[in-house]
Design a protein around this ligand. Sequence first.
Ligand code: 5AD
Length: 343
Amino acid sequence: MHKLIEKAKETHLLSKDELIELLCGDDTDTDLFAAADAVRRQYVGDGIHLRGLIEFSNFCRNDCCYCGLRRSNKIERYRIDEETIFKLAEHAACRMGLKTIVLQSGEDLYFDKEKMCRLIRRIKTLNTALTLSIGEKSLDEYQAYREAGADRFLLRIETTDQKLYGETNPGMSWEKRIECIVNLGRAGLEIGTGILVGLPEQTIESYADDILFFRQVNADMIGIGPFIPHPDTPLKNALGGSLKMALKVMALTRLLLPDINIPATTAMETLAPNGQLQALKAGANVIMPNVTLTQYRKHYELYPGKSTVGYTPDESLNAVKDKIASLGRFVAEDFGFHRRFQA
Ligand code: 5AD
């Protein structure tokens, strides 16, 4: 085995140059994925945590150049009402047996602090862990969500390349993004962040920085997805990311942050029918089955071809369970907190 993979497996430390060397090499990928798989097993075991994803609003105030929900896009916008969101969560928690609910939306100001906290308190009566993925908020709001019972928050940095971030997220601030991610930790929430892989002019050097950034902010969860060009966005003609590079960045993330939670992302599955399976064999230990009602899914098109469009919550869950069984792994029965947060 390559000496750097050996080193990462033992020490969970690599320098930027060492990360770059492994990201560049092609002949080492099999060993890299096997090492990430071994470290995953050693630190977080064979159980796969399922997080039921509810995409409750596609309104967004931002205009990110890669995203199908960007403000400038004239798409049919929807908000699911509080009662229906709660019912979906209840179905996911009580009928489907999911231990975590993830509430995701665009940056929709309609769901203000009061509305979110009410929803959080209601969902937390279901004996489930709760993750939010609703964008940039103030520290005060993050603290209020935590006090209302939210456990975790997902906010990808998207890229640590400040120039690229500025170009692809017009009107947004890279410094503010980082401050928000740090504030999640201050508020006592588990920190979930991550990146897109394959934005135009995104470099190997910058992936190495991204991975080091994950360590620096003490991330509890990291989601990595290949960028998939959306035809109605400014980046429609871009090449997009490859599954292979996304898996490599993910595997190295597992080696350097051995005990965190890492999802096999939907974008990976969208690029290849066995994309999530490959991810689960290269360091991932989480899947987020979509539990949004079928009628809304087609309107939550972050990128085209999203593998969950057209299915019902139960179908999505069954597809995920089949994948897990085919691997000889099992669905974890606990809440799947990062070690730092376990009581
Ligand atoms: N391809 C892949 N992932 C995307 N996201 C947004 N647009 C795309 C795209 N075109 C991801 C972003 C965001 C997450 C919710 O979806 O990384 O953080």
